[in-house]
Design a protein around this ligand. Structure first.
Ligand code: CP
Ligand code: NVA
Length: 308
């Protein structure tokens, strides 16, 4: 594995290696075991969008691995004033050992990887959020074991989270039912690739408009904001369109009795999810948030430990 741009680029062995490293590194934190697997390495973190979890977990993770995290807001570096991705990739490759980037276009992340000589990690684009979904699947596995025996239901916008769930579940062989309103479905290419993956892995993929049908007997119910970063102008329209896609107690009765609720956060209570669900005993959202730290440390170790 050279980069983490999309879960679709990963083999099942690489996904399992991420989970194994995550388990090991989480144990080290809990036991207080000292190790400095990335001593002397620097990770540049380019942010063109806001972040709480991604920034803090990558920055803390790199510190815990003995390396140096460098926060690069696109407002402060020249890429924000129009310097090309090509030049940025070439220059950063002369200084640092890896790049994490959160931005709008997936193609910018791909170009950074193509033109640079160091590992690139996708920290969210409009299309995908692979670090989040690897973390979420790890979190489900910790609580419920083999993912191939489980059904995950995603209710809401066919956004970066839903697209990466399609890749994650279809690679692993986990059942996935997605319910979106008409006109807000997942990306067409992501759907096509995921249906191909599912043929090999045996994953059952359902793309629906009915939230009740999606949640029927689900082991995990997942939702995300109706208004992603960059869509603020559409807020009023989206709230109106998505109002029947709220995860609430009425919808919850259709899931398995011991179902887990997941949300990547930030959450907007009263919109995509009610307080009774996100603050209830079925909610694992803070375990998810914590695991970002462990899983991203695993990703950095796998990509950067032996890279020159
Ligand atoms: N879930 C997630 O990526 O959160 P941030 O936007 O706070 O990084
Ligand atoms: N879909 C959300 C995820 C935030 C972590 C967004 O892109 O804003």
């Amino acid at each position: 594995m050279k980069h983490l741009l999309s879960i679709n680029d990963m083999t099942i062995d690489e996904i399992n290696q991420v989970f194994d490293w995550s388990e090991k590194l989480k144990k080290y934190v809990k036991e207080g075991t000292e190790h400095h697997l990335l001593k002397g390495k620097t990770l540049g973190m380019i942010f063109s969008k806001s972040s709480t979890r991604t920034r803090v977990s990558f920055e803390t993770g790199m510190f815990q691995l003995g390396g140096h995290p460098l926060f690069l807001s696109s407002h402060d570096i020249q890429i924000g004033r129009g310097e090309s991705v090509y030049d940025t990739a070439k220059v950063l490759s002369r200084y640092i050992d890896g790049i994490m980037i959160r931005t709008f276009k997936q193609s910018d992340v791909e170009q950074l990887a193509e033109y640079g000589t160091i590992p690139v990690i996708n920290g969210l684009t409009d299309l995908l959020h692979p670090c989040q979904i690897l973390t979420d699947l790890f979190t489900v596995m910790e609580h419920k074991g083999d993912l191939r025996n489980l059904k995950l239901a995603y209710v809401g916008d066919g956004n970066n989270i839903a697209n990466s769930l399609l890749y994650g579940c279809s690679k692993i062989g986990m059942s996935l039912s997605i319910a979106t309103p008409k006109g807000y479905e997942c990306d067409e290419t992501v759907i096509k690739n995921s249906l191909e993956n599912a043929k090999k892995s045996g994953a059952m993929i359902e793309l629906l408009n009915d939230p009740v049908k999606a949640v029927e007997k689900a082991d995990v119910v997942y939702t995300d904001t109706w208004v992603s970063m960059g869509q603020e102008d559409e807020k009023a329209k989206r709230i109106e369109f998505f109002k029947d896609y709220q995860v609430n107690e009425e919808l919850w009765v259709h899931a398995q009795k011991d179902a887990m609720f997941l949300h990547c956060l930030p959450a907007y209570r009263g919109y995509e999810v009610t307080r009774e669900i996100i603050d209830g005993p079925m909610s694992y959202v803070f375990d998810q948030a914590e695991n970002r730290l462990h899983v991203q440390k695993a990703i950095m170790v796998m990509l950067m430990k032996d890279a020159n």
